[in-house]
Design a protein around this ligand. Structure first.
Ligand code: GDP
Ligand code: MG
Length: 214
């Protein structure tokens, strides 16, 4: 059984960023054989354990996700302390969530120092790549590594973890040897499906109901 394979190391990962940017959805996309969710009511956090099988062995992330109170002064140091890596998420469809990335970053670095960090621009299924890049001009403003993704369609959902593992293990050639256990994407409404619905509606409206008699 893959989940019984020896885990080489466990890394505490904190997941931060403005509320509604998709953090909880992102964590829930990843399913591992090891179902282990812990709630810490004092810190307002949910901890999910995610396993990744790589060419350097099996690694576990202990992902700390806030329980919905992502105010800058709401996260206590206890949340950040001893984090070995971090993901800062923003919503590519909402420029203000990008503008807050710098604040999240300085809060994080203030407590954790120089740890591997990846910035994730989520919801690229809504905001096409080009438009959000010209909107916020990410590359020029920041030297931080960033990934664009969609927790809804599963686009790039494993990439932040692979990037962090490369840094943590110190091996740029680290790669996944098994697909991570990821939920199937939510239904994507294709053009073909829209046509089917339109045809169905046409037929439904052209159908005359038989008269009713009291
Ligand atoms: P959190 O507050 O950062 O944990 O955000 P949530 O995970 O609760 O997500 C906030 C809302 O964004 C929910 O309605 C999600 O269904 C939606 N959402 C999350 N990820 C995506 C995505 O990639 N694309 C789209 N279109 N919606 C998303
Ligand atoms: Mg959440």
């Amino acid at each position: 059984m893959q989940s019984q394979e020896e885990v080489k190391a466990t890394f505490k990962l904190i997941l931060i960023g403005d509320g509604e940017s998709g953090k909880t959805t992102f964590v829930k996309r990843h399913l591992t054989g090891e179902f282990n969710v812990q709630h810490n009511a004092t810190l307002g956090v949910e901890v999910n354990h995610l396993l990744f099988h790589t060419n350097r062995g099996v690694f576990r992330f202990e992902v700390w996700d806030t329980a919905g109170h992502e105010m800058f002064d709401g996260l206590r140091d206890g949340y950040f302390i001893r984090s070995q890596c971090a993901i800062i998420m923003f919503d590519t469809a909402k420029a203000n969530t990008y503008n807050n990335v710098n604040r999240w970053h300085s809060d994080l670095v203030g407590v954790c120092g120089d740890i591997p960090i990846v910035i994730c621009g989520n919801k690229v299924d809504i905001m096409p790549k080009k438009s959000w890049k010209t909107c916020i001009n990410f590359d020029r403003k920041s030297i931080l590594y960033h990934i664009e993704m969609s927790a809804k369609t599963n686009y790039n959902v494993e990439k932040p973890f692979v990037y962090l593992l490369k840094k943590l293990v110190g091996d740029p050639s680290l790669k996944l040897v098994q697909s991570p256990a990821i939920q199937p994407p939510k239904v994507v409404f294709t053009d073909e499906m829209s046509c089917q619905v339109e045809r169905f509606l046409d037929e439904a409206t052209s159908y005359t109901l038989p008269p009713t008699y009291d």
